[in-house]
Ligand binder design. Structure first.
Ligand code: DGY
Length: 328
């Protein structure tokens, strides 16, 4: 398939440099509005494009993919997570799916540490004191947080991002523990000074900080359900920079309100941008608008990956970031 004639539809505004490069290489339709497409617009795009470049806001479920035209050959996702795409249905229809792994790792791990520090050191409360003009000078007893050094950090999901969090946490003096579907190789565990827990329940019950770093799949949906959240120490903090669906958000909110958990740092939510008002009202919860990977460098590298995946596919080769199945 000659790449010059490929029709590429991008569902969302992308950084200028990425859009310019896409225009140079392909017959591309870009999006003017910085809003997600409606379902109808998405279906129209699937009927028009040889290649669709969606983002995590586009819900490409089986019923949407079923409406794709026969010309659609590749879904080159601008993002690492593919839980918004029914990969199995796409593949059954002969549509390949690619993503952008690796280039968001360091940024997301940085944001995980930022949330751990923000919650344990009460940074938003400090900012509020300054912003409201209430600060009367240093006080021996004001805004006392907890020391992160020496705390036990449990990482749920020890893939690329989990390991990048582990490296950072060790430097902060935290003791690193993890649970993962597959245990890491001994050399990797040694390098990360990480202790493996086969039982998630047992790990969760002993951690001071729990960081969610596994993808959202059918088997990780509500992995942190009410029962498991209740196993956590009341002094513990939970941080999530992965996907909101991994935590039962209602159960988490109830526990935080009741003081059964010390705090939470969240970048992602079970219902996307429809955040829970009760959660927003809590001072021991730091909430960010899904900005874990939001760096200029990261967004450009994501674009480069998308372009390499499309080019490789167009040249008749297997794209480097082919997703074989939903990560279940
Ligand atoms: C991804 O790429 O899946 C990230 O969640 C975006 O921040």
């Amino acid at each position: 398939m000659p790449s010059g004639r490929l029709s590429v539809v991008v569902t969302r505004r992308l950084p200028d440099v990425v859009e310019t490069r896409l225009k140079e290489l392909f017959d591309v339709r870009l999006r003017d509005d910085d809003t997600p497409m409606t379902r109808e617009e998405l279906v129209a795009a699937l009927r028009e494009a040889d290649i669709l470049v969606p983002t995590l806001n586009d819900h490409l479920d089986a019923s949407v993919i079923a409406q794709a035209g026969d010309q659609l050959r590749l879904i080159a996702n601008y993002g690492a997570g593919v839980d918004h795409i029914d990969v199995a249905t796409a593949r059954q229809r002969g549509i390949q799916v690619t993503n952008t792994p690796g280039v968001l790792t360091e940024d997301t791990a940085d944001m995980t540490m930022a949330l751990i520090l923000a919650v344990t050191r009460r940074i938003p409360e400090g900012l509020a004191v300054i912003e409201t003009g209430q600060w009367k000078g240093w006080s021996p007893t004001a805004l006392l947080g907890g020391r992160v050094s020496g705390r036990r950090l449990g990482i749920l999901g020890m893939g690329r991002i989990g390991q990048a969090v582990a490296r950072r946490a060790s430097v902060f003096g935290m003791q690193v523990h993890y649970h993962n579907r597959r245990r890491l190789r001994e050399e990797t565990e040694d390098a990360l000074q990480a202790t493996y827990w086969e039982s998630l329940d047992q790990m969760v019950a002993r951690m001071d900080v729990l960081s969610i770093n596994c993808p959202h799949t059918p088997s990780t949906f509500h992995l942190m359900n009410a029962r498991r959240l209740k196993l956590m120490k009341p002094s513990a903090v939970i941080v999530n920079t992965s996907r909101g669906e991994v935590i039962d958000e209602n159960a988490l909110t109830r526990m935080l309100k009741a003081g059964e958990l010390a705090g939470a740092g969240l970048d992602v939510y079970e219902h996307g941008s429809e955040t829970n008002a009760d959660l927003r009202a809590l001072t021991n919860v730091v909430m960010l608008p899904h900005m874990g990977s939001a760096t200029v460098e990261g967004r450009l590298e994501m674009g480069e990956k998308v372009i390499i995946n499309i080019k490789t596919f167009a040249d008749g080769h297997r794209p480097p970031d082919l997703v074989l199945q939903s990560m279940d």
